[in-house]
Design a protein. Structure first.
Ligand SMILES: Nc1ncnc2c1ncn2[C@@H]1O[C@H](COP(=O)(O)OP(=O)(O)O)[C@@H](O)[C@H]1O
Ligand SMILES: [Mg+2]
Lengths: 373, 267
């Protein structure tokens, strides 16, 4: 054995010290990256607050961003802020509900996409690609268009949407759990479900009256105009329950993305987690679809963008996907409302028009590493 | 005999054809057991059944005399760690995060500084600091295997199951991994059960070897008891010489196939 390899030789000593230094450097870098992720999350939250202010100023009414915030704050702290009657009417009753609705919908779709991609280990999974949105949409359509909902109000709509969303997600989950279906199979099944429900919807359209037809068309394209303050109650409740459940499962989701065998060996009941999270996500999707119709692209893209920006840890990824989804949706909606004003383009169309090129750009750039590295 | 891990009358079938039949094992603490056998003989399946990744149709697995069926999965994960042959790699977790997953049975939603300290220790032990922040998706097969081993090490269990942990490694890293595992067995008294293809690696490092064929144990015992030309011929259909090396371990030299087509091309 040459002296180079003697454990106490000078060379070995030097080697050890070098490695120690390297390890130290790597640890520092690791700390720095975590810090940056937290900063980034704070940054996009700030961005969305700013976007809300900015988007509300768009439109025929002359109002500045500070005036928007003032009007909103006056609502909560009437002693400190004053507001103009007209501003209150426009900002609080017309423009703000639409934006809040958009934020909820985008946030919900973003985290549902993120969770579905994780538990199905499939980067193409999303409420839309798996057919869950179309199922929910069909459920709403038969209830709303053909009058069933007149009796039960919004809860029946949601229950109906939920029933159909659940049907689809049970189908997808059983395919994946029982048949061990691969990524391709799941997406193909999703496409099949999508076709099935759009055919059914077309069949309904064939028999619908003009008014029913118009309603269905608008809904099918995805639209944010249905929101008003009176409808948010149910949103708050369902989001308040579902989002924390999904976030609470973040660590389990992390483990499930590296395979069921590994997840099980590390203490995760993989199939339980898969079923629970898919069900909870379906409730969210069903609720969103009730108010907005199918908005396809957000749930697929937001998690990918988030992952490219801050990595795959679901504890940060879930909120980040939600926030980016919200951002994407209210951004597209703002463009849709104003680009050829006074004509309003349906939100769903604009989301795809803006989202697809952006997504293609990200894919083609081929950046699989985290943005920071 | 003091038994750490007991497997009794284990039976398993994926669909209907049985893959494991009447498996019985008694492994004392502080032993390194290698499972050898031809492809498809059920080595991976056995390891998965022990860790309840697959649910055996019959039989039981016990640690320290306690039937594992009673344990919740998270409790089981504190007792047994499992190194899969490879891993799903779709999403870009950093190597650090993948190793930290091994602490999952011990932590809640957040990881403590102490958990991260363990991870850094193991990164240092395996000498993988250079890839610690790289995305797990971009590693070579061998690097991936070292990360999966690191993940099992931070799990800090008494029993480790390893499925061909050295199959993608070069000889330097094979020795590195085997020395570390053998060291853990000798110093910390853990019990390691490892599926391997390399008979000589098994011979050099294991206390016991189990030779499987078609879902049953063909031979079990010390390397010298198991690695005989007779057993190798029976199980692998290969004529082999077994030589004694300077350090008293057997060296298996495969000579020729029994009943092969003698190297004629099949057209
Ligand atoms: N997921 C599976 N579904 C059905 N049969 C399987 C599956 N995995 C393995 N098998 C079968 O079980 C037998 C044992 O496989 P395995 O335990 O992987 O063998 P080894 O690890 O010894 O090569 C093989 O015949 C194989 O075809
Ligand atoms: Mg195997």
């Amino acid at each position: 054995m040459s002296s180079d390899y003697e454990p106490h030789s000078e060379a070995a000593q030097q080697h050890r010290e070098l490695r120690k230094e390297r390890l130290e450097a790597v640890r520092k870098e690791h700390k720095r990256l975590i810090g940056r992720k937290v900063v980034f999350l704070a940054f996009i939250i700030g961005l969305i607050v700013f976007a809300v202010g900015f988007i509300i100023t768009l439109g025929p009414l002359e109002i500045t961003i500070p005036q928007v915030y003032e009007t909103l704050l006056a609502r909560f702290l009437p002693d400190f802020f004053t507001m103009d009657e007209v501003f209150e009417q426009v900002v609080w009753n017309i423009r703000f509900p639409r934006i809040i609705g958009g934020i909820f919908a985008g946030f919900g779709l973003g985290i549902c996409g993120c969770v579905m991609q994780a538990v199905l280990k499939n980067p193409l999974a999303s409420p839309f690609t798996l057919g869950i949105s179309s199922g929910a949409h069909f459920g709403v359509a038969i209830a709303a268009v053909f009058g069933v909902a007149v009796l039960g109000g919004p809860y029946l709509l949601i229950a109906n949407a939920f029933a159909f969303a659940m049907l689809c997600s049970i189908f997808i989950v059983s395919l994946s759990v029982l048949k061990g279906a691969t990524s391709e199979t799941l997406i193909l099944a999703g496409i099949a479900i999508n076709y099935l429900f759009s055919s059914l919807s077309q069949l309904m359209a064939y028999f619908a009256s003009d008014e029913q037809l118009r309603l269905m068309t608008v809904w099918g394209m995805g639209d944010l105009s249905a929101f008003s303050w009176s409808k948010f109650g149910i949103f708050f409740v369902i989001f308040g329950v579902c989002v924390p459940i999904l976030w609470w499962k973040a660590q389990d989701l992390n483990l499930m993305t590296i395979g069921d065998d590994s997840a099980k060996s590390l203490g995760v009941e993989a199939n339980h987690v898969r079923i629970i999270t898919m069900m909870v996500a379906s409730v969210l999707v069903a609720t969103i679809v009730c108010f907005t119709g199918t908005i396809g692209f957000v749930g697929l893209v937001a998690p990918h963008v988030a992952r490219m920006l801050i990595g795959a840890d679901h504890r940060i990824l879930i909120p980040a996907s939600g926030i980016l989804g919200a951002f994407l949706l209210i951004g597209s909606d703002a463009v849709a409302m104003n680009i050829i004003s006074p004509t309003i383009i349906p939100t769903g169309i604009m989301t795809a028009l803006l989202g697809v090129p952006f997504f293609l750009y990200l894919i083609l750039k081929g950046k699989r590493k985290e943005f920071w590295q | 005999m003091n038994v750490k891990l007991l497997v009794q009358d284990l039976e398993f079938a994926y669909i209907s054809t049985p893959v494991l039949t009447g498996m019985c094992l008694k492994v004392p603490p502080g032993t390194l057991v290698s499972i050898v056998g031809p492809n498809g003989s059920g080595k991976s399946t056995l390891l998965k059944c022990i860790d309840r990744i697959l649910k055996p149709q019959q039989g039981m697995v016990a640690i320290d005399g306690r039937d594992l069926v009673q344990l919740k999965r998270i409790e089981l994960a504190k007792q047994i760690s499992y190194v899969p042959q490879s891993s799903v790699r779709i999403f870009p977790h950093s190597v650090f995060d993948v190793i930290l997953m091994g602490r999952r049975p011990h932590l809640g939603w957040t990881s403590s500084g102490e958990d991260e300290e363990r991870v850094w220790d193991v990164i240092d032990l395996l000498g993988i600091e250079d890839i610690a922040l790289a995305p797990f998706t971009e590693l070579s097969g061998g690097q991936q295997q070292k990360v999966l081993i690191a993940r099992a090490l931070v799990q800090e269990t008494d029993v480790m199951l390893l499925d061909e942990p050295t199959s993608n490694l070069d000889i330097w890293h094979q020795l590195d991994v085997m020395t570390i595992i053998a060291g853990l067995v000798a110093e910390r008294g853990i019990t390691a059960i490892m599926a391997v293809h390399d008979l000589n690696m098994a011979a050099r490092f294991s206390d016991q070897i189990i030779m499987m064929k078609g879902g049953i144990i063909h031979a079990a015992g010390s390397p010298w008891e198991v690695l005989t030309p007779r057993h190798i011929a029976d199980v692998y259909d290969v004529e082999a010489q077994v030589q004694r090396q300077d350090d008293e371990t057997p060296l298996v030299v495969p000579m020729r196939q029994i009943g092969g087509n003698g190297g004629r091309l099949a057209y």
